[in-house]
Design a protein around this ligand. Structure first.
Ligand code: HSE
Length: 436
């Protein structure tokens, strides 16, 4: 049968992996897709690199705009990244009636509403399995496998760099800075790690999952984002003493007041499977009303794991290439005219539990003053430990876990507690989720 023709834009790590896996598994992929999938042309600024990666197996060009307009091409794979030229190319490809496969989470989180509307109008598909959690088929699971469910919440470890850093901090008792340096030396963290360590990459992926889970528009500008760069090793230790691990979670939850959309370091009970996801691995926990909690685990980055998702999309698009656009799986799981605009809750209105670490003078009445302020804000204490002060030490650490409360109440209590003369310096506040 006539092959489907693919134009690949950007042949870096993932592009190379896509080439390798498509070639290695060509026979099985063809049996699944119903026809061969062939990368016909590769566009890259670095033609020499493109030559090396493709081994002369296809046409090469440095003009990506020519590829998206090429009448021979049926599907365009966008692996350029960012949302400048990548956005223009994707919109041009759609305009020319091409289907698009992309791994670009930043592009979809920021411009997904525009891109999916354009694709819908033109009757083409924009597939993006590789944009969230690399090789884990989480988009397919959310959009199709869980389609019977009212999805209640999603909590995911969706950034491998930060999970690697947190695992190392816990294992070795090292500071964030020390582990980051080592991770950069080993090539696990980027030279500029800001997007990863400050939670932006996770927020991109969370935005996409939230839209599919609730049939809501993409709301990247409303995500509450807090990274791990300020996290101290001492809090990882105290959390462990209390039976918790700290993970950078992307959380989205449907509540009667709106949708929670937040990325922050989170204490989770160590007995949860997801608490034991270590190193650069990713995992996404999805709670559906019918199925209950489900967990998806795997590699969130890397050449072949990400290529696994890119090729899954290529096969999907190939299978439905000739199908009537009305009868395809909708981009965001819900039919385009059934999408809604649910409000995103400001962080001050989010309800969760908290971990507090306070440095206090070790004298009678200190604890009573603190608990009085918490009680006045209707905040109930769930567990508490006090570090045994060293010989002659006049101050100590108190660590408290609270029951659920609204973020604005804990903020008000923290302000008041910090102004007590027995309390020294700033209180460390982390959020805690039971994930039940
Ligand atoms: N930089 C990401 C991570 C992988 O560390 O997980 C690509 O999204």
């Amino acid at each position: 049968m006539k092959p489907i023709n693919v134009g690949l834009l950007g042949i870096g790590t993932v592009g190379g992996g896509t080439f390798t896996v498509l070639k290695r598994n060509a026979e099985e992929i063809t049996r699944r897709a119903g026809r061969p999938i062939q990368i016909t042309v590769v566009a890259d600024k670095n033609l020499e690199l493109a030559r090396q990666m493709t081994g002369g197996a296809c046409r090469l060009t440095d003009d990506a705009f020519a590829v998206v307009a090429d009448p021979e091409i049926d599907i365009v794979i966008e692996l350029i990244g960012g949302y400048g030229v990548a956005r223009e190319l994707v919109l041009k490809a759609i305009e020319h009636g091409k289907h698009v496969v992309t791994a670009n989470k930043a592009l979809l989180a920021n411009h997904g509403n525009e891109i999916f509307a354009a694709a819908q109008k033109k009757g083409v598909t924009v597939a993006f399995e590789a944009a969230v959690a690399g090789g884990i088929p989480i988009i397919k699971a959310l959009r199709e496998g869980l389609t019977a469910n009212r999805i209640e919440w999603i909590a995911g470890i969706i950034n491998g760099t930060t999970n690697f850093i947190l695992s190392e901090m816990r294992d070795k008792g090292l500071s964030f800075e020390a582990v980051l340096k080592e991770a950069q030396r080993l090539g696990y963290a980027e030279a500029d790690p800001t997007f990863d360590v400050e939670g932006v990459d996770a927020a991109h992926k969370l935005t996409i999952m939230s839209a599919i889970a609730f049939g809501n528009s993409m709301n990247f500008d409303k995500v509450y984002i807090e990274g791990i760069s300020k996290l101290e090793a001492v809090d990882i230790r105290y959390a462990e003493q209390l039976g918790y691990r700290i993970k950078l979670l992307g959380i989205t939850k449907r509540t009667s007041e709106g949708v929670e959309l937040r990325v922050h370091p989170t204490l989770i009970p160590e007995k949860r499977l997801i608490a034991n996801v270590e190193g650069a691995m990713n995992a996404v926990l999805v709670k559906g009303d019918a199925v209950g909690p489900t967990l998806y685990y795997g590699k969130g980055a890397g050449a072949e794991p990400t290529a696994s998702s890119v090729i899954a999309d290529l096969v999907d698009v190939t299978r439905m290439h000739t199908a009537d656009p009305e009868h395809r799986v909708p981009h965001l799981a819900f039919q385009p005219d059934a999408m809604v605009d649910l409000p995103i809750l400001p962080m001050s209105e989010v309800i969760t539990s908290y971990y507090l670490r306070l440095r206090v003078e070790d004298k009678p009445g200190a604890l009573a003053d603190i608990t009085r302020i918490l009680a006045d804000q209707q905040i109930s204490i769930d567990a508490m430990i006090q570090r045994e002060p060293d010989e002659g030490e006049l101050q100590t650490d108190i660590i408290m876990l609270t029951h659920k409360t609204r973020e604005k109440n804990i903020d008000a209590a923290i302000g008041k507690i910090e102004s007590l003369s027995v309390v020294k310096g700033k209180i460390t506040r982390l959020r805690l989720e039971e994930l039940l």
